[in-house]
Write a protein that binds this ligand. Structure first.
Ligand code: GLN
Length: 492
C-alpha cells in the first residue's frame, strides 16, 4: 500500500518535471520577425499614448494582422509628414497613421484596402463668430503639417493665414491660447480634443471633405500588401475592425485635466500631477534625458576625434605646405558642414545616406551631431595650435624630434589646454542642438516633453521642465569644466 503511494507520487513528480521541461521548451520558441509600423501617435483614437505605450485603432488592427502573419509588432512614433517617407526608405514596413488615400500619395507608396471613412471638421472657440466653412476666409487657421487638412485649407483658403503644427494637439493648444481662430482636423481626433475642453472649444458639424483611411506599404513590398489585404478583408467582414473601433471610443478622455477652481498653488499642483505624475508621464523625460546624454556624449567624442584630425591636417598644411589633397578635403568638409543647418544634415544622413537601411536612430544622431561638431572643434583646435609660439616647433625640431612627435607631445597638449573652455562651450552647444533629434523620431528629452504636451494640452509645465533639465546639465557641466581647468593650471 505504502509502496504504491510512493510510486504514485514519484510518477506525479516525474509528470510535473516533464510538464515544466515541455513548457520551457515551448517558451523558447523561435523569435518571430518584426513588423515595423510608422505612426504619429497624437491622433486619438487611431494612435495615442496611454500609460507610456502607443495604442489605438491602427495599432490594434496592425497588431492583429501582424500576429496572424507571424510577426511581432514594433511601433515607431514620428512626425506625420515622415511616415510615408519612412516606408519608402525602409525605416518601416507599414505606415498606419489615419492616412487618407490620395492620388499624390499613391505615386509614392501603395495603399492597402481602406478600413475607415473619414472627413475634416472645423474646431473653433465656443464663442467664435465662425459658423460655417464660408466664414474661414481671411482667418488664422491651424492644421497639422502634411495632412489632407493642410492641403484642403491651402487649396481653398488662399487669403487665410495658414499655421502648420507638428500635430493636432499643438494646433488645439494654439487655438485655446487665441493664437489662431480655427483648426481644421480629421473628424475623430477633432471630436476627442473637443471632448477634453467642452467649455472652451467646439466642432462645427459640417464635413469639409470625404476621405478613406488605409495603410501605406512600399511599392516593392507587394507580398506584404497582399497578405495584409487578405487579413484586412477578413477583419472587415467578421466585424473585428468594428470591435476594435468601439474599444477605443473613449480614447484620450483620460487626459482631460480635472478642473481646479481654488488657489494658485492648488492649480500648479494639479498641473504638476497631470503632466508628470499621472500615468507615470515623468518617464518620458527620464528616458528622453538618457537618450540626450548618450547622444551628446558620443557625438562630442566623435566630434573631438574628427576635429583633431582635421585640425592637424589643416595646420600641418599651413605650416609646411604638405598634405594638399587632404587639406582640400578638410576644407570642403568644413564649408559644407558649417554652411548647412544641423537638422538638414541629420535628415540627409537618416533618409538619404542610410536610405534603405534600418539603422539605430541613436547611432544616426551620434554620427550626424558628431560630424557636425567635428567641423567646429576642428577650427577651435586649429586656432589653439596656431596660438602656440612658432619657436616651440623650431625648438623641438632642433632637439632632433620629428614633426609628428613635436606636434603630438609639445604642441597639441598645450593647444588642448588653451582651447578647453571653447571645447566645453562646444559641448554645451551640441547638447542643446540634439533637441532637433525628434525630426527622425528619436525620443530625446525635448521630444519627451512634446509627448507629454500632446497628451495634457499643457504647454507650460512640460516646456519649463525640459528647459530646467537642460539648464541643470549645462550648469553642472560648466562646474566640472571649471574644476578641470583649475587642475590643469595647477599642473603648469
Ligand atoms: N487623414 C489625414 C491625412 O492623411 C491626417 C492623418 C493624421 O494626422 N494622422 O493627411
Amino acid at each position: 500500500m505504502k509502496q504504491s503511494k510512493t510510486l504514485k507520487s514519484m510518477i506525479r513528480i516525474l509528470f510535473l518535471i516533464l510538464l515544466a521541461v515541455c513548457t520551457t521548451a515551448c517558451g523558447k520558441k523561435e523569435k518571430r520577425p518584426v513588423l515595423k509600423m510608422a505612426t504619429e501617435a497624437t491622433f486619438p483614437p487611431y494612435e495615442y499614448y496611454a500609460n507610456g505605450k502607443i495604442c489605438g485603432i491602427d495599432v490594434d488592427i496592425v497588431r492583429t494582422i501582424a500576429d496572424h502573419l507571424g510577426y511581432d509588432l514594433q511601433v515607431i512614433d514620428m512626425k506625420f509628414d515622415a511616415v510615408i517617407t519612412a516606408v519608402r526608405t525602409a525605416k518601416a514596413d507599414i505606415a498606419a497613421s489615419g492616412i487618407t488615400v490620395t492620388a499624390d500619395r499613391k505615386k509614392m507608396i501603395d495603399f492597402t484596402l481602406p478600413y475607415v471613412q473619414a472627413y475634416q471638421l472645423i474646431i473653433v472657440p465656443v464663442d467664435s463668430k465662425i459658423k460655417s466653412k464660408d466664414d474661414l476666409h481671411g482667418k488664422r487657421i491651424g492644421v497639422q503639417q502634411g495632412t489632407t487638412g493642410d492641403l484642403f485649407v491651402a487649396d481653398n483658403y488662399k487669403k487665410s493665414k495658414l499655421n502648420r503644427f507638428d500635430n493636432g494637439a499643438l494646433a488645439i493648444a494654439a487655438l485655446r491660447n487665441n493664437k489662431i481662430d480655427a483648426v481644421v482636423l480629421d473628424a475623430d481626433p477633432a471630436k476627442i480634443h473637443v471632448r477634453t475642453y467642452p467649455k472652451e472649444i467646439k466642432v462645427l458639424n459640417e464635413p469639409l471633405t470625404g476621405e478613406e483611411y488605409a495603410f501605406a506599404i512600399a511599392k516593392h513590398n507587394k507580398k506584404l500588401r497582399i497578405d495584409i489585404n487578405r487579413e484586412l478583408k477578413r477583419m472587415l467582414d467578421d466585424g473585428t475592425i468594428n470591435e476594435i473601433i468601439a474599444k477605443h471610443k473613449n480614447a484620450g478622455s483620460s487626459s482631460a485635466p480635472a478642473e481646479v477652481k481654488s488657489g494658485f498653488f492648488a492649480k500648479i499642483k494639479a498641473a504638476f500631477v497631470l503632466n508628470f505624475v499621472k500615468d507615470k508621464r515623468y518617464m518620458y523625460l527620464v528616458d528622453g534625458f538618457w537618450i540626450t546624454i548618450i547622444m551628446a556624449f558620443f557625438a562630442v567624442l566623435l566630434g573631438t576625434i574628427l576635429g583633431f584630425i582635421v585640425a592637424v591636417i589643416r595646420s600641418t598644411h599651413d605650416m609646411t605646405g604638405k598634405l594638399k589633397i587632404c587639406n582640400a578635403l578638410c576644407h570642403l568638409y568644413l564649408t559644407v558642414i558649417r554652411g548647412t543647418p544641423v537638422v538638414v544634415q541629420l535628415l540627409i544622413i537618416y533618409f538619404v545616406i542610410f536610405n534603405n537601411l534600418d539603422v539605430n536612430k541613436v547611432l544616426v544622431g551620434i554620427i550626424a551631431f558628431g560630424i557636425n561638431s567635428g567641423a567646429y572643434v576642428a577650427e577651435i583646435i586649429r586656432s589653439g595650435i596656431m596660438s602656440i609660439d612658432k619657436g616651440q616647433m623650431e625648438a623641438g625640431r632642433s632637439l632632433g624630434l620629428s614633426y609628428k612627435k613635436v606636434m603630438l607631445f609639445v604642441i597639441l597638449p598645450q593647444a588642448f589646454k588653451n582651447v578647453l573652455p571653447a571645447l566645453g562651450n562646444e559641448f554645451i552647444v551640441l547638447l542643446k542642438e540634439t533637441s532637433v533629434a525628434g525630426y527622425i523620431a528619436l525620443q530625446d528629452l525635448t521630444k519627451g516633453g512634446d509627448i507629454i504636451r500632446s497628451q495634457t494640452y499643457d504647454a507650460f509645465m512640460p516646456l519649463i521642465a525640459v528647459a530646467l533639465i537642460y539648464l541643470a546639465v549645462v550648469v553642472l557641466f560648466t562646474k566640472l569644466l571649471g574644476i578641470l581647468e583649475k587642475g590643469l593650471k595647477k599642473n603648469e
